[in-house]
Design a protein around this ligand. Structure first.
Ligand SMILES: NC(=O)c1ccc[n+]([C@@H]2O[C@H](COP(=O)([O-])OP(=O)(O)OC[C@H]3O[C@@H](n4cnc5c(N)ncnc54)[C@H](O)[C@@H]3O)[C@@H](O)[C@H]2O)c1
Length: 246
């Protein structure tokens, strides 16, 4: 097993990519704290701790890490998957409120979770962080202005941390998913668009390998980046996108 007895905090854990990632991490022998806005009805077990938190709130984030450390007595890794979409909107129609909300969830929340995780990792002398950005920051799509800015910030922030934390044995990497078959995909369409038609005519067609990215594709890349197989990989951006970024 590739993550045997390691403790991971996974955010956005009940979303499309998050659920699959939690499942894969458990299969690889990890202990997982699964964080999402609402975890009602999700059962705790010896290896699995569901935590409800709004990751834009400092006090919720602190609680996530103290509760994880209390149950599992260490924190080896943090995987930031939580995020929100933006429906394609001309720049002159983007409200300050929408801009700030997207930046808060997609950029500020990873800052807060990384800031809270690092003291545990420094104390142990090792750790791994993977932040999910988006291939759209390499190949933008019209109207996703705030979303793309928020993901670009996540990539730069991750690389800044990779250099800052290397001397502590903490690796920081990014996964850029291409258009993925989850509930979020429909939310990128313009408000008036036919969502199902857009999925095929725009998103699927934009992937050179000819299909949408599946949550398992992302989960597998996260297992790799967190595992010892990636022991010398830090500051990298792995495009899991079927070639969309070429
Ligand atoms: N689906 C795609 O096409 C696509 C493409 C590129 C990148 N991404 C990125 O991949 C990640 C996962 O996306 P997904 O497709 O699984 O989406 P999803 O909507 O299925 O999952 C996102 C999860 O994040 C959670 N979340 C949102 N705000 C939160 C907050 N403030 N606190 C805690 N949890 C919060 C949601 O409740 C949800 O469960 C996101 O960061 C997204 O931006 C998605």
């Amino acid at each position: 097993m590739r993550l045997e007895n390691e403790v991971y905090v996974v955010t956005g854990a009940l979303g499309g990519m998050g659920k699959e990632t939690v499942k894969r991490f458990l299969e690889e022998g990890a202990f997982v704290a699964a964080v999402d806005l609402n975890v009602d009805g999700v059962e705790e077990s010896d290896r699995f701790l569901p935590i409800a938190a709004d990751l834009t709130k400092e006090e919720d984030v602190e609680k996530v890490f103290s509760a994880t450390n209390e149950k599992f007595e260490r924190i080896d890794g943090l995987v930031n998957i939580a995020g929100i979409a933006q429906s394609a909107t001309p720049i002159e129609e983007v409200s300050l409120e929408d801009w700030e909300k997207i930046m808060r969830v997609n950029s500020t929340a990873p800052f807060l979770t990384c800031r809270a995780a690092v003291p545990y990792m420094k104390k142990q002398g090792n750790g791994v962080i993977v932040n999910i950005a988006s291939i759209s920051m390499v190949r933008p799509r019209p109207g996703l202005n705030a979303y793309i800015a928020s993901k670009g910030a996540t990539v730069s922030f991750s690389q800044a941390l990779a250099i800052e934390l290397a001397e502590y044995g903490i690796r920081v990497n990014v996964v850029n998913p291409g258009p993925a078959d989850t509930n979020m995909l429909a939310q990128f369409s313009a408000k008036e668009a036919d969502v199902e038609a857009t999925k095929d005519s725009i998103f699927k067609k934009s992937v050179p390998l000819g299909r949408l990215i599946k949550p398992i594709d992302i989960a597998n890349s996260l297992v790799y980046l967190c595992s010892k197989e990636a022991a010398i990989v830090t500051g990298s951006v792995l495009n899991v996108d079927g070639g969309r970024g070429i």
